[in-house]
Design a binder for this molecule. Structure first.
Ligand SMILES: Cc1cc2nc3c(=O)[nH]c(=O)nc-3n(C[C@H](O)[C@H](O)[C@H](O)COP(=O)(O)OP(=O)(O)OC[C@H]3O[C@@H](n4cnc5c(N)ncnc54)[C@H](O)[C@@H]3O)c2cc1C
Length: 363
């Protein structure tokens, strides 16, 4: 008998497992792949967000801002590469400036720090290659070595707690205990069950005998394609256009080695396929040229390594969505937590999500 079982070896499952293990619980964490992190957790922009986009009071707003502070502290203590390089959200025309002001007010309400609007001259001084009439400047937005962070979470766990190559395909939910069945017929029992299976979370929830359907959302896939920039970066900051409904707009992000990539876009798909869709290149060129007119088709190189899939729990016309962290307060089953729709800013929020879940479990 275990104290807690965690399904999913991505950043969310691992941060939760770390907290449970620190509390002295006997746990097992199940990961279907042969190693941790290979799905959404390793396929993202690795931006540490400052809480700009999310409605005040939403889980995204609260957990992003708290998670950012926890993550920065964690990186400093554990020696994980992290840099606060700053971000610019660029208004292409003066009609977009009120949107920047709205985002500034919202970010401040969420606890974002040191944000301000830059004039056209100030923008040009910071980023001469960028075309725009103004920008919202977030100096505290950062970039992290996401893989180093996730690997450090794994290293902090006793190795016998982490069961890779173990796909869960059935769970039984009784009043005070859970039993989980792996694909190869192993059975595990516990009093706490955490479903942090990312793109697999809805499928697992559907296999939880005893969990009513009304607590299981519908899953939609929104692919985020990326293209690398084949030249040295002309930018020093992260450059974003105004956000769209289901994503942040095709933006320019840097990694810690100074490499520039564009994306992710939003492509609603039926299947999980991490190959960059080459047909999106024309749309990328159009979107990027709004703020970076010098972009050329031959400079965009497909980036299959970063292309990822967002686990959406609302359809395209109902975006944006919040995280769902479904506990007994919703479904009435003590000890069961289902995490659904943990898209961006999930990496930034991960340590705060873990605190939230573990506090709920009253450990
Ligand atoms: C394109 C893109 C860009 C993003 N950019 C950022 C960003 O810049 N900053 C930021 O903060 N966030 C970003 N995010 C969000 C962030 O990457 C995610 O929120 C985070 O990685 C989610 O982690 P997870 O652990 O929930 O999911 P995952 O990493 O997908 O982990 C879930 C794990 O569960 C396993 N699993 C599934 N089913 C089963 C099963 N039946 N049995 C056992 N194991 C199972 C999977 O194999 C997987 O490893 C981005 C996301 C995308 C898609």
């Amino acid at each position: 008998m275990y104290d807690a079982l965690v399904m999913g070896g991505g950043v969310i499952g691992l941060t939760i497992a770390r907290r449970l293990s620190q509390a002295g619980l006997k746990i097992a964490i199940f990961e279907a792949n042969s190693t941790i992190g290979l799905e959404t957790s390793f396929r993202n922009s690795a931006v540490v967000h400052a809480g700009i986009y999310y409605p005040p009071g939403s889980l995204k707003a609260k957990l992003c801002v708290k998670g950012k502070h926890l993550l920065e502290d964690y990186c400093a203590r554990q020696g994980i590469p992290y840099q606060q390089i700053g971000k610019l959200i660029v208004a292409a025309a003066s009609v977009q400036v009120p949107d920047l002001e709205r985002m500034l007010a919202q970010a401040k309400e969420n606890g974002g720090q040191d944000l301000r609007i830059l004039s056209q001259t100030e923008l040009a001084a910071r980023e001469p290659a960028i075309k725009g009439v103004a920008a919202l400047y977030s100096p505290r937005t950062g970039i992290i070595d996401g893989q180093a962070f996730i690997k450090s979470l794994l290293q902090a766990l006793p190795s016998n707690y982490v069961l890779t190559g173990t796909k869960i395909n059935q769970c039984q939910v009784d009043s005070y205990s859970f039993s989980v069945h792996s694909e190869c017929q192993q059975i595990f029992n516990s009093r706490i069950l955490i479903n942090a299976a990312g793109l697999g979370a809805v499928a697992i929830a559907k296999k939880m005998e005893g969990l009513p359907n009304e607590y299981i959302p519908t899953l939609y896939y929104a692919k985020g394609n990326y293209f690398k920039y084949g030249r040295p970066s002309p930018f020093k900051h992260l450059i974003y256009p105004l956000p769209e409904k289901a994503g942040l707009g095709i933006h320019a992000t840097l990694d810690l080695n100074g490499n520039l990539r564009f994306g992710p876009d939003v492509e609603w798909v039926e299947d999980i396929d991490y190959k960059t869709n080459l047909e999106r290149k024309t749309d990328f060129l159009k979107a990027i040229s709004e703020y970076f007119p010098e972009i050329k088709a031959q400079d965009l190189i497909p980036d299959d390594q970063h292309t990822g899939i967002r686990p959406k729990i609302l359809p395209a016309d109902k975006q944006p969505q919040d995280f769902i962290i479904s506990t007994s307060e919703d479904h009435g089953i003590k000890g069961l937590v289902n995490l659904f729709g943990i898209e961006s800013p999930g990496l930034t929020s991960a340590l705060a999500i873990a605190d939230y879940v573990v506090d709920y479990c009253a450990i």
